[in-house]
Ligand binder design. Structure first.
Ligand code: ADP
Ligand code: MG
Length: 730
């Protein structure tokens, strides 16, 4: 009988290279299976977004502690972050009954001086773990303490064997983590994950690419990021520009670009609708109805869209245009092209307000052109809604404009030719897919895929757009219609608020309207932020008592909100106190002033969007940003950009430079790309290089069919298949 030795008995001396599939599935296993992580801890990690071992491995330190050099207490300066080693010569507990907290104090002596240690809230594990006489490594920021001693509050510490201190002189990672999980614990778990699963991290970039960019193997790089070596450059680690960072970022972007390019490639192979440009019954007439001349940019973009729609593959085009650049009319022309070819068009807007606004703006054109259009929103009475849904299904309605309601289950658009998604960053990929599939339920006949036009007013630099939207064609609407006077923008300190109110009163007296924007809805005890609800009440009793003031915010029902907005639009309301619900798309051309409270709390792109609500008419208009806080120069510098710039793309670029893409394009906003590690601002060069390499690789092997692409294909599926719908890459 042949003795089958169970695998686990094999000598682990040289583990065989794990099979790629097994590796990837091992990475997918739950954090629960990690040593020391019980169900409760696992739940905490999961709630924090760290579900799998892979999540943990890619949860990189956000900074590093340099404990290589041990400082002398004698030389400690207030404000410095340093590491000390000494003996704990005193330890005491105090209970603070008022705060119901246990405070712990200690004294560290290293032979050169004494350093106070203090924990204002001391959990019991801490109290139990410390004892007089221990030798401790202490790390933290030195501050002035009581009784002439310097001290560190809530220091990082480790109890060590005094015989072996050098072991603790290393670079240590610092992680973001769920509340209640000690940094030490987090370090231990991640080190454990690296130890037990690090070898499963895929590292399959083409060798030529690794060589060309002098990249570390990404598996080794990841380990190095969690467990830095003593010789590593802490500065570079902290700036996330170390060689290890570069390798991991490159790897991430390479795969994303591979996925996006494949997705785009898949699309060109599928059959769509060729909307001919010969049939011009509607678009021609629309030209004659236009109340203005299109800008050059609008004409150019319309041309691009028309060409794309005429091609027999499904269009997926992103229209990038600054606030107020006139995207609506462009979308409308595209819709008419579909309708004159005998198809239906669906326009999806993120809010009822916007859907209604577009509907109101377009229905007169539609009437003159004889195009049957309908509005479909969730708040419509059921009967009216069903009538419209029937009308769409039976083809009596050619153009539907609405909210998410248009992609609800019972909606069928049998001859869907074009789907338009306005303010696309407000929607997710799933919704885009749902829109695409509205037609696909008519018997077994495979229908051609509809064209999709995405519109976005979150301007991003071109190079980054390529990285983020590598699967889409992009049109740029980079010109504002003529005759707009720039919005005069001022940044003022809160003390000067009265002057801003005067300005509002003046404008209202002249017949104009105003917005006052607050970052929060209700007063929060924690943050002393002026909130919309209480301020609306205060303002309407106080400075604006002679004006008609109304409040609008996101927690009102859609009906209430729309009602208020309508009253503002009709001029019944003169001053609208609002949260950022007005950020997107609202168009009231008589509004000429906007006051933004706590401007420092908004991202630049958001401020730009907000400001875009004024300056839409022929009147000169103003935006006053009220700024709180001391001399936080970083926030000030950021806000100054708004005074100088009015080009959304330039603002976006500045935003990116100053604080990274988090707020701006927050990966969610891209609706697709979701970087785990890469930072669009910091890594833009690297991302573009990775993109080029990914495209070059695909050029050689468009289907990833060659043996050397096999592992890559598996990794690609593992990372992106779900999100990129790469169902058919094998
Ligand atoms: P956005 O790109 O922000 O969606 P809109 O489509 O809402 O911008 O257009 C903003 C305003 O500019 C609207 O009132 C629209 O009628 C007007 N507009 C659009 N194109 C032109 C143009 N070529 N000339 C003059 N006004 C225009
Ligand atoms: Mg718009």
């Amino acid at each position: 009988m042949k003795a089958e030795r169970p695998r686990t008995d094999r000598a682990p001396a040289a583990p065989a290279a794990p099979n790629i599939r097994e590796s990837l599935s091992a990475l997918r296993s739950s954090v629960r299976f990690l040593k020391g992580v019980g169900p409760a801890r696992a739940a905490q990690l999961e709630a924090f977004g760290l579900r799998t071992i892979e999540d943990l491995l890619f949860h990189l330190p956000f900074r590093y502690e340099d404990r290589r050099a041990v400082a002398k207490i004698r030389d400690a300066l207030v404000g410095e972050e340093k590491t000390f080693i000494g003996r704990l010569i005193a330890l005491g507990q105090h209970f603070n009954p008022r705060r119901r907290q246990r405070m712990l104090t200690g004294m560290l002596d290293d032979g050169t001086g004494r350093l106070g240690l203090v924990w204002y809230r001391a959990p019991s594990y801490l109290v139990e773990g410390l004892a007089k006489g221990q030798t401790l490594v202490i790390h933290g920021k030195v501050e002035a303490g009581t009784g002439g001693h310097k001290q560190i509050a809530h220091p990082e510490f480790e109890v060590i064997d005094p015989a072996d201190p050098p072991d603790h002189q290393k670079i240590l990672p610092v992680y973001e983590r769920p509340e209640g999980i000690a940094l030490k614990t987090m370090r231990k778990w991640i080190a454990e994950a690296v130890e037990t699963h690090g070898m499963h991290v895929p590292a399959f970039l083409p060798p030529v690419v690794l060589k060309k960019f002098a990249l570390l193997d990404s598996r080794a790089a990841l380990q190095r990021l969690h467990l830095p070596e003593k010789s590593d450059d802490v500065e570079a680690l902290n700036r996330s520009t170390s060689a290890a960072h570069r390798a991991v970022v490159f790897d991430e972007c390479f795969y994303l670009q591979l996925g996006l390019a494949l997705r785009r490639q898949n699309r060109t192979g599928r059959s769509g609708i060729a909307f001919t440009r010969e049939k011009k019954s509607l678009t021609q007439k629309m030209w004659e109805l236009l109340p203005f001349r299109l800008t050059g940019a609008q004409e150019k973009v319309l041309q691009e869209i028309a060409l794309d729609m005429a091609a027999p593959r499904p269009m997926q085009r992103l229209l990038q245009g600054d606030v107020g650049s006139g995207k609506t009319i462009v979308g409308w022309f595209a819709a008419l092209r579909a309708v004159e070819n005998g198809f239906q068009a669906v326009w999806m807007a993120p809010t009822e307000l916007l859907a209604e606004q577009h509907y109101r703006n377009l229905k007169d054109f539609a009437a003159k052109l004889g195009v049957p259009i309908a509005l479909l929103t969730g708040s419509m009475p059921a009967k009216a809604r069903h009538e419209i849904i029937d009308g769409i299904k039976e083809g009596r309605v050619s153009f539907v404009i609405g909210t998410h309601a248009v992609i609800q289950e019972n909606v069928r658009v049998p001859r869907l030719g074009l789907g338009i998604i306005d303010e696309q960053h407000r929607f997710g990929v799933m919704q885009r897919m749902a829109l695409q599939k509205l037609a696909s339920c008519r018997g077994a006949v495979a229908l051609p895929e509809p064209d999709i036009l995405l519109m976005s007013a979150t301007p991003i630099p071109r190079s980054l757009a390529m990285v983020l939207y590598g699967d889409l064609e992009i049109s740029w609407l980079n010109e504002l219609p003529p005759g707009r006077t720039p919005v005069e923008t001022r940044l003022v300190r809160s003390a000067a608020r009265a002057r801003a109110y005067d300005l509002v009163c003046d404008e209202v007296r002249k017949g104009r309207q105003a917005y006052v924007v607050y970052p929060l809805v209700e007063a929060s005890e924690k943050l002393e932020v002026r909130d919309a609800t209480s301020m609306a009440a205060e303002l309407s009793r106080g400075v604006f008592k002679d004006c008609r003031v109304a409040l609008i915010h996101g927690r009102m029902s859609a009906v209430e909100r729309d009602d208020t907005m309508r009253r503002f639009k009709d001029g019944d309301v003169q001053i609208l106190v609002a949260t950022t619900v007005i950020e997107v798309g609202i168009d009231v051309s008589n509004a000429s002033v906007m006051i933004i409270e706590h401007a420092e709390r908004f991202g630049l792109s958001q401020l730009h969007q907000l400001r875009g609500r004024v300056g839409r008419g022929q009147h000169g208009s103003y935006c006053v940003m009220i700024y709180y806080g001391g001399n936080n120069s970083e926030a000030l510098e950021r806000l100054r950009v708004m005074e100088r710039e009015r080009d959304g793309f330039k603002i976006a670029e500045a935003d990116l430079q100053l604080r990274g893409p988090g707020e701006m394009i927050g990966t969610r906003q891209s609706g697709l790309a979701d970087f785990r590690i890469a930072n669009l601002a910091r890594d833009s060069r690297l991302l573009l290089e990775a993109r080029e390499e990914a495209l070059a690789w695909l050029e050689q092997d468009p289907r990833l069919a060659r043996p050397e692409s096999r592992a890559m294909k598996a990794v690609l599926k593992h990372r992106w298949a779900g999100r990129l719908e790469l169902g058919n890459i094998g």
